[in-house]
Design a protein around this ligand. Structure first.
Ligand SMILES: Nc1cc(-c2ccc3cc[nH]c3c2)n[nH]1
Length: 250
């Protein structure tokens, strides 16, 4: 997968050099290119914003720098052999970014991120590129950040961990919260590791008894308990018959 990010804060994307995403890049699973938007400004102050038509607070990011930066990133990508780009625009007014979104984006060969600042990007930029590729405007949550770069880090990590060969244990994301399967709509339950007792707190006996069926049922029940407590809305998506079937399997 190729990732391009156009931003006025390229240093904000340095975390993409470390940890899981950094390893995916080192393994050649991910090819990340960060572009400084100000490279496509020609005035003394490298201006990327201007006052909003219609008035109102704040500033709007100008069309020209974004158009030239995106054209350049797209030309570079095609020249490097990439194909079928998808534009990903982090915004509070976008569709919710969910695990399903991450799965869908992880299937794409090329993502181009446009993290904005100020009050956002002139709408004509997204309209222009929507004539050439799919444009996904996504929200990572119902809160407002000062810019889209943090959202790019979140989305990139959620997508990169789904790429083949990135997560050490290929099964790891099988049991993700929200991953497909019987536990699809449940939150993950508690996890434990050695020592067996820590400050007088013992690991639940079922987990050390070696009965895989009982462990599976206990984990399912804990996931249900946690989901009921933290996200009762998700329980509406669950099919009790699915749990009965799994119970019969255990
Ligand atoms: N889910 C979410 C996205 C954002 C976001 C995205 C881009 C910009 C640009 C200026 N402020 C922004 C905020 N906040 N919350």
């Amino acid at each position: 997968m190729r990732l391009d990010v156009v931003t006025i804060f390229p240093e904000y994307l340095e975390p993409l050099d470390v940890s899981l995403v950094g390893k995916a890049r080192a393994r050649g699973r991910l090819d990340v290119h960060v572009h400084d938007l100000r490279r496509w400004t020609y005035d003394r102050h490298n201006t990327v914003d201007d006052t909003p038509y219609g008035g109102g607070p704040g500033m709007v990011m100008k069309t020209d720098p974004w158009g030239e930066a995106l054209d350049s990133a797209i030309a570079d990508g095609y020249e490097a052999g990439a194909h079928d780009p998808v534009l990903v625009v982090p915004t509070p007014s976008g569709r919710p970014f969910t695990q399903q979104t991450a799965v869908a984006l992880a299937r794409q060969p090329w993502l181009i991120f446009t993290p904005a600042r100020y009050e956002g990007i002139d709408r004509r930029v997204m309209d222009e590129y929507a004539t050439r590729m799919p444009v996904h405007e996504v929200s990572i949550g119902d809160y407002v950040l000062a810019g889209g770069e943090a959202a790019v880090l979140v989305i990139t990590e959620a997508v990169a961990r789904l790429l083949p060969g990135v997560l050490g244990n290929a099964e790891s994301h099988r049991d993700d919260s929200f991953a497909p399967g019987a536990m699809a709509n449940l939150l993950e339950g508690p996890v434990y590791t050695k020592p067996p007792v820590w400050r007088g707190r013992a690991v639940p006996e079922v987990l050390t008894g070696g009965h895989h069926g009982k462990v599976a049922r206990w984990r399912r029940d804990e996931a249900l308990r946690r989901t009921a407590a933290h996200r009762p809305d998700l329980l509406e998506r669950c099919d009790p018959a699915e749990f009965d079937r799994k119970d019969r399997e255990i």
